[in-house]
Design a protein around this ligand. Structure first.
Ligand SMILES: Cc1cc2nc3c(=O)[nH]c(=O)nc-3n(C[C@H](O)[C@H](O)[C@H](O)COP(=O)(O)OP(=O)(O)OC[C@H]3O[C@@H](n4cnc5c(N)ncnc54)[C@H](O)[C@@H]3O)c2cc1C
Length: 248
């Protein structure tokens, strides 16, 4: 059985992000990419599922040649193979989901893992849309998972508590932090990943439904104000918080 993990790459949090000269995209200069953190939980759960029930873990990513570094990291963790669905052009989440759904169909995979969210564009919808396109069951923000034959039991994180749900294969799971502890790639894993196959295909054609019209950084914060350095400053501080900042 094929187990597919959909992996996106995101700018490293240590990278300083600037808006490109077109005002619509990120300036790629000096940006380094890492595996989307939530996707690491997805990869780990796929590997654990394989270790328990057998199968083959396939990484699928939509993007450009730059995604290959990220894919190699997923392969180094222990995934068996990978498919890069290539497109040089901007794709919105719908168009990414369309490409993923076509590939999952071709792979005939019945267990699909996503991260709950890509930490760059933050849409949190690609997994759900892919499930809908495939007609698969879908459980989101999963923090505990058990797959027994066709039966799927999952614990979800909800506001102020947890929820346990049951469903059946085929299923799309979106992984939340806490689902597991992602393993580090071993030196052996890193060496083996270099030899593992990354199949390259054109991403299935899909029209975007969204157009990015503008991207901008928040206005710089006004400099801080020191109103005094001992207890005598408290009345003025309270006045400013009440009358200027209007927070009390
Ligand atoms: C070639 C290319 C260029 C892009 N250029 C821009 C741009 O200039 N500006 C912009 O705002 N956005 C751009 N995007 C991002 C795009 O708009 C989608 O929003 C993005 O791929 C999905 O991110 P999301 O926040 O919607 O994901 P979410 O819905 O938050 O992601 C949930 C999960 O879906 C999976 N996933 C998400 N993306 C991918 C992927 N690409 N491949 C495999 N699995 C995935 C991961 O498991 C992830 O954890 C580009 C995408 C591509 C492929």
């Amino acid at each position: 059985m094929k187990i597919v993990v959909c992996v996106s790459h995101v700018p490293d949090t240590a990278t300083k992000i600037n808006v490109g000269s077109d005002g619509k995209t990120i300036d790629q200069n000096g940006v380094t990419y890492v595996v989307n953190p939530y996707d690491e939980f997805a990869i780990e759960e796929a590997l654990k599922t394989k270790e328990k029930s057998g199968g083959e873990v396939v990484i699928v990513s939509v993007g450009t040649d730059k995604n290959k570094d990220t894919i190699r990291k997923a392969l180094a963790m222990g995934a068996d193979s990978a498919v890069l669905l290539k497109d040089e052009n901007y794709r919105d989440s719908f168009a990414v989901a369309k490409a993923l759904a076509e590939e999952i169909k071709a792979q005939d995979a019945r267990i699909i893992f996503f991260g709950k969210q890509s930490v760059d564009y933050d849409n949190s919808i690609t997994g759900q849309m892919t499930a809908e396109m495939l007609g698969y069951n879908c459980v989101t923000v999963v923090v505990r998972l058990e797959i027994d034959g066709d039966k799927v039991t999952a614990e979800r994180e909800i506001e102020g508590g947890k929820e346990v749900v049951e469903t059946s294969l085929p299923v799309v799971i979106t992984a939340q932090k806490g689902l597991n502890e992602p393993r580090y790639a071993s030196l052996k894993g890193i060496m083996q990943a270099k030899k593992k196959k990354i199949e390259e295909k054109d991403a299935a054609a899909a029209d975007n439904n969204l157009e990015i019209v503008k991207m901008f950084k928040p206005a710089p914060k006004a400099p801080g104000k020191i109103v005094g350095e001992d207890v005598s400053a408290v009345p003025e501080l309270v006045r400013l918080l009440r009358e200027e900042a209007k927070v009390i």
